[in-house]
Design a protein around this ligand. Sequence first.
Ligand code: CP
Ligand code: NVA
Length: 302
Amino acid sequence: MPRHFIQIGDLGKDGAMELIRRAKTMKESGFRGHCMDGKVAALIFEKASTRTRVSFDVAVRQLGGTTIFMTPAESQLGRSEPLRDAARVLSRYLDCMIVRTFGQEKLDELMEYGSIPVVNALTDQGHPCQVMADLLTIYERTPDFSQVRVAWIGDGNNMANSWIEASMYFPFELSLAVAPGYEPDMDLMARAKAAGAKITTSPDPREAAKGAHYLYADVWASMGQEQEQAEREKVFKNFCINRELMSLAAPDAKFMHCLPAHRGEEVTDEIMEGEASIIWDEAENRLHAQKAILEWVFSDAE
Ligand code: CP
Ligand code: NVA
């Protein structure tokens, strides 16, 4: 059975923390490895990407493999070839599919009909690779996650869901402020709370920001929701992370963002560019976290 990375839970409780430690070691040593020697990974992207595409491409190469980049526009995927057919064919050429798509069920179909590892490079439901990189970024500053409070401020989107999932596997507190009607996956939330995750929710960003060590923002309209942009700008207008919101957080609190950011919407330019911002380290850590993920995927190969 191939090892898939679809969600953080695939790593298991100890495995998730172990992966963060491994990513840190890889980063510190400038690790180059061989676990993908001779292997070819397809980067199948149905949505735009800068960080995920490039960091995965580099990660695969630094582990000895090569990549093929595919989009629906330039393959039969865009001409309604069933995914289950593509999955079976591609599995006969490739060693791994790294996939960015819309519904999570597309990953399920690739796993069901394919026979090689599938890695989740973002869906409408989650972005686990990003949150693993975010956790590495926090771990570098606060190694004891039980001392950490993360405030999620904005839409209850794919990123919010992956933060909720992460709170089941790492002992940080998560305070969410989302606008009514824009809640994250409430089934996931219920499962996380039942598993002992320390999550609080509020419609008030100030409530979530109070005492937080890391304030996290994402765009208000995710990819695929562009037509809702104007409406969402109205709904979320009080959710901008600005100087006032940062002043409610813990002393020396940091600002995080998965990027790309819309300055003047979910965050001010002053906070993006200011001393509290750790967004460039966070973006760099995509590479290191994903090398550790790929190593985990291929550690069970053969
Ligand atoms: N954060 C993130 O996934 O960025 P890209 O959309 O550029 O890959
Ligand atoms: N929520 C955003 C994240 C981008 C990295 C989106 O899905 O567009």
